[in-house]
Write a protein that binds this ligand. Structure first.
Ligand code: ATP
Length: 355
């Protein structure tokens, strides 16, 4: 088990800055996810950790060892790709054994390890099949076994589930998490799917334009986004703008569009918010309630749309020409065009600095 440290890592491709002074520390045995839109630099970061890309600036450490210029085959990382990248002409057994043969391990040791890896991913009995005789999920299990069989110090997963259907993705992600916990292996996982990231990770780094926007556990990223980008990228929400009137134990914000004042708490930002500053107020759909009292923030909204999303009714509503997204209990009666009074606790009203 190793920890990984990227210090001021910058990587350019011509004019494109794929990684812009990235500083990240991934703890021993941690399941760490890089999350962000297409092109934000997730894959490039993973490839610099594996050693497939050399950084232009900065350093990479595995524990105390500086691996910045160590070639990939000496870094001991196991990588799994989106398209599995299995060799089509080789059997499952040979695909998994390949990395061990390259390392010139004795035959019985190879056999022992391949059997161990097949058992780990529940694929015993498939040794003689070729990749085209397997389902997508089975191919991904083989790809995982192939990465794990070399006993890597770090497991790197680049959107490993994106070719699978929705149900299988959910099954496979618990499977990956189980394996990772069982082996205690430090893992970096890349995805652009925020729900997947929230479900699987110990901590998440949200990236945009080659930069790290926020690092934290899933709850913190979701409930206390550090800036507008993170708030918007992770989940739905109501976003209001205003100016800070008071900063005591909570913040008091005078909202624009005649929505009155609200009390809230600061987001996980590095910067303190001061009186007079313009801010964004973010509220998650499930933070609203239809019952409240003193001490809550109240809004009178007009219902514009209602959709039933299984566990709740999701209401799109309007007040002061702002869009509100509100989850309410299924049994609660609302109608389009009707008015509704909703409440939010100050602790769920997140105040974000507007850079
Ligand atoms: P995706 O989710 O689409 O895979 P990503 O977040 O993994 O995106 P990267 O693949 O790391 O993003 O790409 C970051 C930026 O660097 C993009 O603008 C991309 O076009 C550019 N880039 C990546 N690899 C190369 C390369 N080999 N040559 C030139 N530009 C590249």
């Amino acid at each position: 088990m190793v920890s990984i440290r990227a210090v001021d890592v910058t990587k350019r491709f011509g004019q494109v800055v794929a990684l812009d002074h990235v500083n990240l520390e991934i703890r021993q045995g941690e399941f760490f996810t890089l999350l962000g839109p297409s092109g934000c630099g997730k894959t490039t970061f993973l490839r610099t950790i594996a050693g497939f890309e050399l950084v232009d600036e900065g350093r990479i450490y595995f524990d105390e060892e500086d691996v910045t210029y160590v070639p990939p085959h000496k870094r001991d990382t196991g990588m799994v790709f989106q398209n599995y990248a299995l060799w089509p002409h080789m059997t499952v057994y040979d695909n998994i054994a390949y990395g061990l043969r390259v390392r010139k391990l004795p035959r019985d040791e190879i056999d022992r390890r391949v059997k161990w890896a097949l058992k780990l991913v529940h694929m015993e009995g498939f040794e003689r099949r070729r990749p085209h005789q397997l389902s997508g999920g089975q191919q991904q299990r083989v790809a995982l076994a192939r990465a794990l069989v070399i006993h890597p110090r770090v497991l790197l997963l680049d959107e490993p589930l994106s070719n699978l259907d929705a149900k299988l993705r959910i099954e496979m992600r618990s499977e990956i998490r189980r394996l990772q916990r069982e082996l205690g292996i430090t893992t970096i996982y890349v995805t652009h799917d925020q729900e997947e990231a929230l479900a699987i990770s110990d901590r998440i780094a949200v990236m945009s334009g080659g930069r790290v926007m926020q690092v934290g556990p899933p709850e913190e990223i979701y409930l206390r986004p550090a800036n507008r980008f993170v708030a918007d990228f992770i989940g739905r929400g109501t976003f209001l703008e205003g100016r800070v009137l008071e900063t005591d134990h909570e913040l008091v914000v005078e909202l624009e569009s005649g929505l009155g004042t609200v009390r809230g708490v600061p987001s996980r930002s590095d910067r303190r918010i001061s009186v007079g500053e313009r801010v964004l107020v973010a509220i998650r759909p499930e933070s609203f309630t239809v019952a409240g009292s003193e001490g809550y923030n109240a809004f009178d909204v007009v219902v514009r749309n209602i959709s039933f999303v299984g566990s709740v009714k999701r209401v799109e509503a309007e007040a002061g020409e702002k869009l509100f997204i509100i989850d309410i209990p299924v049994e609660y009666d609302v109608s389009i065009g009707g008015s509704l009074r909703v409440y939010v606790k100050p602790s769920r009203t997140i105040v974000i600095p507007l850079e």
